[in-house]
Design a protein around this ligand. Structure first.
Ligand SMILES: Cc1cc2nc3c(=O)[nH]c(=O)nc-3n(C[C@H](O)[C@H](O)[C@H](O)COP(=O)(O)OP(=O)(O)OC[C@H]3O[C@@H](n4cnc5c(N)ncnc54)[C@H](O)[C@@H]3O)c2cc1C
Length: 440
């Protein structure tokens, strides 16, 4: 029997969750007593939800259980920056290859269409808008990050625009950045509202159990999943617990969970908004440097800041970690928006990027009737959505070139065990942060 030792919890004040219009909607009950299902999924983030929807489409009479430790939207899927990215920074994942990049783009845009379908069909109020994305540099030394991104976009004939100096300042409402690459296909939204809306749209043959952390799994026929006060038996089990995947004993030495932090300001007053952002449309910006700051001006008039990278093998944040991230967020905010120093952050929280060393995800059959998906490398809104969808196809033997591509590119490289993993990761993150300079 595999006992789970590390559990997710709420790390800080979850800004998107707390400001979601569907925050108080009842979605799932706690798992109690003896239950039997055909298929069970552990983890109700974008990946587990996408999987559940597709499984239900393919198996309309199957009984499917989706088990979540917290409330949907309190996990990483509801804590992220809210970009659904069609063209991520690391598009080529270290393998500059035009056919490969086109295929990743196709999968990302498929995921965007799939989420848009849910958003439109079920009227999910999540501030969804096609805003595009800026990748920007403040430091001259980081302009090379923009050049290499532009070279990939150019080679693949993807649409993009270079925006610099005054023109960029006019579009952002801050003159902090020298130069940016704008790509038009990115979606911005409130990720907690969207993920909760996708959960609310589950069909009737999927039972959602919330606030039900799985404490052990016994793999076999059937798989036996235990929570406090409940036991669930299922013929097929899929683990989509992201950074917690290794806890379930079916994956080892593949994942590097990196803690990062975000803050969301109070809403801009009408006066500040008119003064500083009158003709500025809501925008989202990622950094040309991998350790740099992500920033958004939301269309409900808040400013979002994300930065600080720390390797956290305990898979939990500390008050000290949250406080020092808050202090860094203040610096990053005030240097970009000196005119808004008086604004406070209403929310500061932490969450985990589940990285792999070569950017390939885990997508595999781990044992008879046990499957694992994990390691979305910081782009899991789109990636988790398509991996979840195609995992359902894989289980149901529905073949396609897209599934074939995913299977051929799901070999994450080996990560050394602790303490080497922690030491190596902390050294690397520290040196990356140093070179980011004013882009943090
Ligand atoms: C601050 C931040 C900013 C980010 N920005 C972006 C962005 O803008 N765009 C983007 O695409 N990605 C972004 N990411 C990454 C993105 O959030 C993840 O890739 C995505 O959430 C992965 O989805 P998932 O469903 O695989 O995992 P998760 O969302 O982590 O879902 C896994 C679920 O498993 C549950 N679970 C774990 N253990 C158990 C257990 N024992 N029992 C039951 N349930 C359990 C967890 O509670 C969790 O809800 C960001 C991440 C962070 C932290």
């Amino acid at each position: 029997m595999q006992k789970i030792k590390k559990f997710p919890r709420v790390d800080g004040d979850l800004g998107w969750f707390e400001t979601s219009p569907n925050r108080d909607q009842h979605l799932g009950k706690r798992l109690k007593g003896e239950q039997s299902f055909d298929i069970a999924i552990i983890g109700a983030g974008y990946t587990g939800l996408s999987l559940a929807h597709r499984l239900a489409e393919l198996n309309p009479t199957a009984k499917i259980a989706l088990i979540e430790a917290m409330r949907v939207g309190q996990g990483t899927s509801g804590r992220n920056a809210g970009f659904i990215i069609d063209l991520p920074h690391n598009l080529d994942a270290g393998k500059p290859d035009i056919a490969h990049d086109h295929q990743l783009y196709r999968l990302n845009t498929f995921a965007i269409e799939r989420l848009k379908y849910f958003k439109d069909k079920f009227n999910i109020d999540c501030n969804w808008h096609l805003a595009g994305k800026y990748m920007a540099a403040h430091e001259s030394s980081n302009l090379s990050g923009l050049d290499s991104f532009a070279a990939t976009l150019e080679a693949c004939h993807f649409d993009y625009e270079r925006v610099q100096g005054q023109a960029l300042a006019k579009r952002l409402g801050t003159s902090y950045y020298q130069s940016a690459i704008y790509t038009p296909g990115n979606i911005l939204m409130n990720p907690a509202s969207l993920v909760r809306g996708v959960a609310a749209a589950l069909p009737s043959n999927v039972s959602l159990f919330e606030q039900s952390p799985v404490v052990s799994c016994e793999y076999g026929a059937p798989n036996v999943i235990k929570v406090v006060g409940g036991t669930l038996r299922a013929h097929t089990l899929v683990l989509s617990a992201n950074a917690y995947s290794e806890e379930f004993g079916q994956v080892a030495n593949r994942l590097a969970p990196v803690f990062t932090y975000a803050s969301l300001t109070e809403q801009l007053s009408d006066d500040d908004y008119q003064r500083h952002f009158k003709d500025v449309a809501a925008w989202g910006l990622t950094s040309a440097h991998p350790a740099g700051t992500t920033v958004r001006l939301t269309n409900d008039r808040r400013i979002f800041i994300r930065n600080v990278l720390d390797f956290e093998p305990t898979l939990q944040s500390t008050q000290e970690g949250l406080h020092s991230a808050w202090a860094q967020h203040r610096k990053s905010f005030e240097v970009r928006f000196p005119q808004l120093k008086k604004m406070i952050f209403d929310y500061t929280w932490g969450g985990m990027l589940c990285m792999t060393l070569n950017h390939e995800s885990i997508f595999k059959k781990a044992a008879d009737n046990v499957y694992v998906i994990g390691g979305c490398n910081g782009v899991g809104v789109a990636k988790g959505t398509y991996l979840g969808y195609y995992m359902a196809d894989y289980i149901n033997n529905v073949k396609s070139p897209d599934l074939e591509f995913i299977l051929n590119h799901s070999n994450p490289s080996w990560v050394p065990p602790d303490p080497l993993r922690t030491l190596g990761a902390r050294m690397r993150l520290k040196s990356e942060s140093k070179t980011a300079g004013g882009d943090i």
